[in-house]
Design a protein around this ligand. Structure first.
Ligand code: V47
Ligand code: SF4
Length: 359
């Protein structure tokens, strides 16, 4: 074992933080198994052998978006052929299907529609909650919250308050992409800045609403940009404590406009998940989102520090529009089996990580 790995093993055993330079050195190392071993040790301390999943359903209410992020194959301009906006009745049906399938969570995000009023999003939440008050709605990103404040000419806090009254339970981690300005300006020039994303999330956490955090990787960013992204999240988590899980999202290149981006290989995916587990010592959970990673890499990640597989998903669009070749849905039994075969204990959770059943 070389010096870096010995130093980091000691740090993990003594629950000390690793530095940015150490994280960068891990990214530059090709010793994937040694990185994985460190991450597995860091995860074992936090979560033992338990691996979480939930039963959920995605509802992407519209793909019409005023932003045209170059990495996004999902969004359409208004009037474009494949653009759609779901009617509240469609949303109700999807929520009913979710309840019938045993879902405890609706995950709902969409484009920034140029004409839908803020009231639409409130009605959407009320509609879902009217199907089942127990259904947890994890919806909207900081990007959407910023947009809602603009279209309704009000503040972030007022938007959050209204969404919460209408049934918002927590927020997913999207819209973070990569914070570094130089790259962000190339892949999503119209999107709010990284600083604004962090500022909005901090305000949201202060209201008691939990969120996740993502990082889109494998496009134009370099390793230093990934470490910079995680540093800003670690700093915010020190202040707010409001993040539940970190989710590195592997970029899917089909139908996108990122020049030269080829997609993410298994080695880079496992390395990134593992390093995030080691670096983000104040995040309880690291999630392998199987939709973007594929089932086999997501399962392998369970031996590389990951302790969450997201959920059954049902009808994911953002990754699949960009060429993800994972299934559209996986059954609960299949997730349980994937976790068991990896030698771990499957635990069904709700959105807030309350344990519903240990298998
Ligand atoms: O913000 C868009 C990403 C995100 C592509 O919090 C792409 O539990 C890969 O945030 N290739 C939305 N990624 C999805 C998201 C998410 C997913 C699952 C669970 C949770 C959670 C959050 O999808 C966007 C963007 O970063 N994205 N296009 C693409 N071509
Ligand atoms: Fe719009 Fe979000 Fe796609 Fe960007 S990633 S174009 S904001 S839907």
């Amino acid at each position: 074992m070389n010096d870096l790995f010995e130093t980091l093993k000691d740090k993990i055993d003594n629950q000390q933080r690793i530095t940015d330079a150490e994280a960068l050195a891990l990214f530059e190392s090709n010793d994937l198994l040694a990185i994985g071993e460190l991450a597995a040790a860091a995860n074992r301390r936090k979560n033992g052998e338990r691996v979480y999943f939930n039963v959920n359903r995605h509802i992407n209410y519209t793909n019409i978006c005023v932003n045209q992020c170059t990495f996004c194959a999902f969004s359409k301009l208004e009037g474009e052929e494949d653009g759609y906006t779901l009617a509240l009745e469609d949303i109700r049906k999807k929520a009913e299907e979710a309840v019938a399938a045993g879902a405890t969570e609706i995950h709902s995000v969409g484009g920034l529609h140029p004409r839908l009023p803020f009231e639409f999003y409130l009605d959407m939440l009320r509609t879902i909650k009217s199907v089942s008050p127990q259904l947890h709605v994890k919806a909207f990103t900081a990007v959407e919250i910023d947009y809602f404040a603009k279209i309704s000419k009000t503040t972030i806090l007022e938007v959050i308050h209204a969404l919460r009254e209408a049934g918002l339970g927590s927020m997913p981690g999207g819209g973070a992409e990569i914070f570094a300005k130089e790259v962000r300006d190339k892949i999503c020039p119209e999107k709010i800045s990284g600083e604004r994303w962090l500022e909005i999330i901090e305000q949201i956490h202060a209201t008691g609403i939990k969120s996740n955090a993502t990082m889109l990787f494998g496009h134009l960013e370099n390793y230093a940009d990934r470490v910079d992204h995680m540093r800003r999240l670690r700093e915010l988590q020190d202040r707010s404590g409001g993040f539940q899980s970190f989710i590195p999202l592997a970029f899917q290149p089909d139908n996108t406009r990122v020049p030269g981006a080829k997609g993410v290989g298994g080695v880079d995916a496992l390395k990134t998940l593992a390093i995030s587990r080691i670096y983000l010592d104040n995040f309880q959970h690291v999630k392998a989102y199987w939709v973007m990673l594929g089932l086999k890499i997501a399962q392998t990640a369970l031996c590389f520090g990951v302790n969450d597989l997201d959920g059954t998903v049902i009808e994911e669009q953002i990754g699949h529009d960009a060429g993800a070749d994972s299934p559209q849905v996986i059954g609960k039994e299949r997730i349980i089996n994937l976790i068991r075969i990896a030698g771990k204990t499957p635990v069904e959770r709700d959105t807030l990580y309350n344990e519903l059943m240990v298998y």
